[in-house]
Design a protein around this ligand. Structure first.
Ligand SMILES: [Zn+2]
Ligand SMILES: [Zn+2]
Length: 367
């Protein structure tokens, strides 16, 4: 038995997705079959669509799925058919990182999220001309059905719309988690966000909740900065070639305590490091295109300053996503304002709108 699904298949790097019928394998031990109702688009999807990163093609991407459980494999105990779930990244549950509550640094992260295959080596789907790879972030949710694992399936209540639920799986978790779990600012400390896409704005909304001030948004798009000011930013800086270090120091003469960089732009990261307060830290989140190099003045790190990376907001999805949803329910995480819904069939328009800055967080709706 297999499940016939409609999936957006990437057949060649840099090409649009093609909606095709595929046959999806049945859930094996520890696996869950989900009817996907909505899936957000994240810049990681766009990076893989356009830049060679070793993923086999044809492949189904998509890693912000939300939907309902259709069937469960042997040994699955945390969900039953009919449950509403949000899907996040996959982890093994038994390596040293997973055992120490850091599944985002799982030793099997690449194998479970980027290999394109199920753990037994099979491609998870069959297309009209052979295997179709997937298991992207343990899901491949650019489809109306997906196979996930118990560890990346988060059961949720039924009071939020599918569109509202989907982006919690990656973008919202990554931005908010970087502030709450990685940087851990104290109330009254300065925090700046470089890049006000969905991840940067999620970071900003989280920082608002922690009482960070001043809270500074930096972007080259004035419309995004105007939006950031309505979501809790106290200051904005237009990145139009001006000296960003000087602009930050004009707001924070003693330096900025925390910076979240979502841009991956070398000169901006360098400017941020030079604007850090003593013992300040800058967290880089962007996956940069192959060949990217960043130069910094290493003496800046001597003041106890830190340049670090963070994956998925240092969050364990099964704890952090319910926490963020609770914050959303109380009105303190209004991420709905970032969402633009698109019918699944309009996936290529949604990607184009995101790349052009016309949509902040496109969410595909499968019906
Ligand atoms: Zn692990
Ligand atoms: Zn993502």
């Amino acid at each position: 038995m297999t499940t016939t699904a409609i999936a957006a298949v990437l057949r060649a790097r840099g090409q649009p997705y093609v909606l095709e019928k595929v046959e999806l394998a049945d859930p094996g031990p520890g696996q869950i079959l989900i009817r996907i109702r909505a899936c957000g688009i994240c810049y990681t999807d766009i990076g893989v669509q356009n830049y060679e990163q070793g993923l086999p093609l044809p492949q189904v991407l998509g890693h912000e799925g939300a939907g309902e459980v259709i069937a469960i494999g042997a040994g699955v105990t945390s969900v039953v058919p009919g449950d509403r779930v949000v899907l996040s990244y996959a982890s093994c549950g038994s390596c040293p990182s997973c055992a120490s509550a850091a599944p985002q640094y799982c030793a099997q992260f690449m194998a479970l999220n980027y290999a394109g295959r199920l753990p037994d080596g099979r491609a998870p789907m069959q297309g009209h001309d052979g295997p179709v790879f997937g298991a992207f972030f343990g899901q491949s949710s650019f489809a109306n059905h997906a196979l996930a694992y118990e560890r990346n399936t988060v059961k949720v209540a039924d009071d939020l719309s599918w569109a509202s639920l989907a982006p919690f799986g990656c973008g919202m978790q990554t931005g908010a988690g970087t502030v709450i779990n990685s940087l851990k600012p104290r109330a009254g400390q300065a925090l700046a966000v470089f890049g006000t896409g969905s991840v940067g704005l999620a970071a900003l909304m989280a920082a608002t909740n922690l009482g960070c001030t001043p809270l500074i948004a930096v972007d080259k798009n004035p419309d995004r900065l105007a939006l950031a000011l309505t979501l809790g930013a106290t200051h904005s800086i237009l990145s139009d070639g001006r000296d960003i270090t000087a602009a930050l120091r004009a707001i924070c003469p003693d330096g900025v305590h925390h910076i979240v960089d979502t841009s991956g732009v070398g000169p901006l990261i360098r400017a941020g490091i030079e604007a850090l307060a003593s013992r300040g830290q800058l967290a880089m989140l962007a996956v940069t295109p192959p060949g990217t190099e960043i130069t910094i003045n290493p003496n800046m790190l001597l003041g106890g300053r830190a340049l670090r990376g963070a994956v998925e907001g240092d969050a364990d999805p099964r704890q952090f996503i319910p926490f963020l949803i609770d914050l959303h329910r109380t009105g303190r995480f209004p991420h709905d304002r970032l969402i633009t819904p698109y019918p699944f069939a309009a996936i290529n328009d949604a990607v184009a709108d995101m790349r052009a800055g016309r949509a902040i967080k496109p969410v595909l709706i499968m019906d």
